[in-house]
Write a protein that binds this ligand. Structure first.
Ligand code: ADP
Ligand code: X2W
Length: 261
């Protein structure tokens, strides 16, 4: 089993929660990949530099100044701090973006009604699975920043949830894969303020119902879209759960919200 694990911005921004998560991640046996976000940190550093953050449908509008900002923040600061922390825990992390080794080819999102700027779209079919296998077979643990490139010399800002789903889909042709989205809540919650209201299993019908009841909003919507896309394209299991529950969620008795084929 390969674990593709995504860690989101709220946990990255909480040093104690992050330290616990990385300790747990380091202990997972077998091949694993960590995909990280960092939107919240980029927004804060952008504010300090006078670069305003604008989002449409959960995707950051990425102009010239913003692509430089996120390349520095995601590809530099966040990625390398994660690698250093994992190395200190005995985990042989190798920090990369989708541009490195052309591991995650992308195209610049075409302008339709909205111009997202330097934002990348990725497709599982273009992923060089054999090159990922080279890393995994040699015991390296890829730590992937949410950046790709356009093949014409530009970096592209790319949603971390979508990158994790895309990698999981591509690898699922070769391995059983569990995709785990770790964030700061116990799972998809029936009532967002009530951590005891975890919905243990979700399918497209329940998703549509919860959406109609307006029980889901903001970042959880694209996360679920990515999760269902992954299941529809061959990933065996997707788990959405708390970063602090990672150990349990890599076992057989999971907690959090499970979506399975
Ligand atoms: N029903 C729900 N259950 C859990 N989270 C929800 C729900 N509805 C909305 N959310 C929001 O979705 C957010 C998670 O999405 P996002 O901020 O994009 O996470 P991350 O940055 O970790 O990927 C939660 O912090 C929460 O505020
Ligand atoms: C295109 C796009 O929106 N990219 C995201 C990439 C970071 C990310 O996904 O971070 P979280 O998972 O922490 O939200 C952004 O810049 O916010």
């Amino acid at each position: 089993m390969v674990f593709v694990i995504k860690i989101g911005g709220n946990v990255l921004d909480d040093p104690a929660a992050l330290q616990q998560f990385l300790q747990d991640f380091a202990l997972i046996n077998g091949p694993k990949i960590l995909v990280h976000g960092g939107g919240k940190i980029a927004t804060r550093l952008g504010d300090q530099l006078g670069i305003e953050s604008k989002y449409v449908d959960g995707r950051r509008i990425t102009d010239d100044a913003t692509i430089d900002l996120v390349t520095m923040v995601y590809g530099g600061l966040v990625n390398k701090q994660l690698v250093a922390q994992l190395q200190s825990l005995g985990c042989n992390a190798i920090g990369i973006t989708g541009a490195d080794g052309n591991l995650l080819p992308a195209v610049k999102r075409p302008v339709k009604t909205i111009d997202y700027g330097w934002v990348g779209d990725v497709k599982a079919a273009t992923l060089p699975v054999d090159r990922w296998q080279l890393l995994l077979d040699n015991g390296l643990v890829p730590v992937l920043a949410p950046l790709t490139h356009d093949g014409a010399g530009h970096m592209l800002n790319t949603n971390a949830d979508t990158m994790a789903a895309t990698i999981a889909i591509a690898l699922s042709a070769q391995y059983p894969v569990r995709l785990i989205y770790c964030f700061e809540k116990k799972g998809i919650l029936e009532q967002v303020e009530d951590e005891s209201s975890v919905i243990r299993f979700i399918n497209p019908d329940l998703y549509a119902q919860l959406k109609a009841e307006q029980k889901l909003f903001a970042g959880i919507l694209p996360k679920l879209d990515n999760a269902f896309d992954a299941i529809g394209k061959g990933v065996q299991q997707v788990l959405i759960g708390h970063a602090a529950d990672l150990v349990q969620n890599t076992g057989t008795e999971t907690t959090g919200t499970l979506i399975s084929a």
